[in-house]
Design a protein around this ligand. Structure first.
Ligand code: FAD
Length: 230
């Protein structure tokens, strides 16, 4: 486990541990600084979503004094983050119309939430971790927290869990290592192993959408858990 940040480890796409970097530089006050003697440039940022706002903050802390954010939406900032109250009399009921579930591995986000004192719910609301209602083909299925999924979804559940732990061998012989083994490699700093394993996914699914990738995984001759989606 990373001693600096318990949830921080390199991202698979960049192989860079941004969480630890943020934790390390937090005491210095900024993630970088302008080279000494250089005139601070004026910076234009397109978009006042979370990325644009954080970029503006970090640029200002790095010594840039002139930052202009251009936002297409005339009425609001936040981009794809949107917390909506429907009834002023019930302000505690909020619907998240955009991002709402943040796994602990989103260390960059949690770094800034902590800095600004923004609280989050402590439970990551995965289906079945909290009370869940699945709507499928016109029917509603209740899934009580902590219980197995409704019967109709148990094979899918088993298949997905098996895939995460064991990976799969596709019909063309491509071996996809398990997500669990890739995560272990990243946590243990075996970045070359993680990169090699992830490359198998990119080669297999680089031109596919998520859905068709799932179909290929779970309808192959030896699918995870023996035919979860068949
Ligand atoms: C329904 C939904 C659910 C989601 N759920 C999750 C989740 O649970 N967990 C999670 O981690 N992520 C989730 N996401 C993704 C997450 O919301 C985004 O990754 C994140 O908000 C992106 O932030 P951003 O600043 O990079 O981009 P955006 O939030 O898209 O911000 C871009 C901004 O740029 C503006 N803009 C674009 N073009 C121009 C232009 N030419 N000129 C001026 N302004 C421009 C846009 O109006 C917008 O405000 C979800 C997204 C959606 C839509």
């Amino acid at each position: 486990m990373n001693p600096i940040h318990p949830h921080a480890f390199p991202y698979i796409d960049t192989l860079f541990d941004y969480g630890s970097f943020l934790a390390r530089v937090a005491e210095k006050g900024s993630i970088g600084h302008l080279p000494a003697g250089e005139t601070a440039p004026s910076v234009a940022i397109i978009g006042a979503g979370l990325s644009g706002l954080i970029a503006a903050r970090e640029l200002l802390r790095a010594g840039v004094t002139q930052v202009t954010i251009y936002e297409a939406e005339p009425q609001r900032h936040g981009g794809r983050l949107l917390s909506q109250r429907f009834d002023e009399a019930l302000p505690e009921y909020i619907a998240e119309m955009g991002a709402m579930r943040f796994p602990p591995t989103e260390v960059g986000l949690f770094h800034y939430l902590a800095y600004y004192g923004i609280d989050t719910a402590s439970v990551f609301p995965d289906p079945g971790v909290v009370d869940t209602e699945i709507h499928y083909q016109g029917e509603a299925y209740r899934w009580q927290a902590g219980m197995p999924p409704p019967a109709l979804f148990r094979r899918v559940d088993r298949g997905w869990k098996a895939f995460l732990q064991q990976g799969v061998t596709l019909d063309d012989g491509t071996r996809l290592p398990s997500a669990a083994s890739l995560t272990r490699a990243l946590r243990e700093g075996r970045l070359a192993d993680a990169k090699e394993g992830w490359q198998c996914y990119l080669d297999a699914f680089g031109d596919s959408c998520f859905y068709s990738s799932l179909v290929r995984i779970f309808t192959c001759q030896q699918p995870p858990a023996g035919g979860a989606l068949a």
